[in-house]
Design a protein around this ligand. Structure first.
Ligand code: NI
Length: 253
């Protein structure tokens, strides 16, 4: 299995990072992809990617961190992407109107420019969208094309939104929310094909059942895979194989 979206460089893992990574390996989670957040996360993210061959870095500015100073933040993202350092995607990028709506224009601009940068570099994008489907799709549609590809991370939309994302050449990142009772995502995922999905945790956030409310970690991606196997009535090994191939294909490893 592959955890396509995990923030294991954050402080929540300071005390047991090595043990946590061992648990992931034991659970069969072979590769981890780390989305960037802002300038503070670049150094710890790169340190982990340098230390472990199975940990892969992405670079981007998270929409919740697009503020008045976003031009400076974007300049750092460009500096990293234009360096010799190998990044596997531009992420996580997108629009988040849950916490703060006051920088919508800036968020749209940062999202659009980062998509165009990814396309110019031949890289996939990893999209974060919270309470902003309409605004996110507006920017994505303006960039629709053969060179647009990537992952709609932590997808929580309805079936129509799922199909729109798929039509934009994106896979859907499914995490712990699919295991939540009354979340409704299970019903949407049941209608989708395994071939359109990738696995993720978004650790340390959004832990799946039976750990809901606790710290999430990459080894828990197995619970997401099992839930998809149940919903699609196919063996866990097949869900593993298909979602792993999808992720490797997107990130080019
Ligand atoms: Ni994230």
């Amino acid at each position: 299995m592959i955890d396509t979206h995990t923030h294991i460089y954050l402080n929540q893992f300071t005390d047991d990072r090595k043990e946590m990574l061992d648990r992931a390996q034991e659970a069969g989670v072979r590769e981890l992809f780390l989305p960037n957040i802002d300038k503070e996360s670049i150094a710890p993210l790169k340190a982990l990617a340098d230390e472990y061959a199975h940990i892969y870095p992405m670079m981007g500015l998270h929409p919740s961190h697009v503020k008045a100073d976003y031009e400076e933040e974007l300049a750092l993202v460009w500096q990293e992407l234009d360096s010799d350092y190998k990044y596997y995607a531009v992420g996580e990028i997108g629009i988040d109107l849950y916490w703060d709506k006051s920088y919508l224009k800036e968020q749209q601009d940062a999202f659009d420019r980062q998509i165009k940068k990814a396309k110019a570099m031949g890289l996939p994008i990893v999209i974060h969208c919270r309470d902003a489907f309409e605004e996110t799709f507006e920017v994505l549609e303006a960039n629709r094309g053969d060179d647009l590809r990537g992952i709609f991370h932590c997808f929580t939309g309805n079936l129509e939104q799922a199909h729109q994302a798929l039509s934009l050449n994106l896979k859907l990142g499914i995490g712990g929310v699919v295991t939540f009772k009354n979340g409704g995502l299970d019903k949407v995922v049941a209608e989708l094909k395994t071939e359109d999905l990738v696995l993720e945790t978004d650790a340390p956030f959004l832990a799946p059942k039976p750990f809901r409310g606790k710290r999430n970690e990459p080894s828990y991606v197995q619970y997401v895979a099992q839930k998809i196997a149940d919903l699609h009535e196919r063996p866990l090994a097949e869900v593993d194989q298909i979602t792993t191939a999808n992720a490797r294909n997107i990130f080019g490893i």
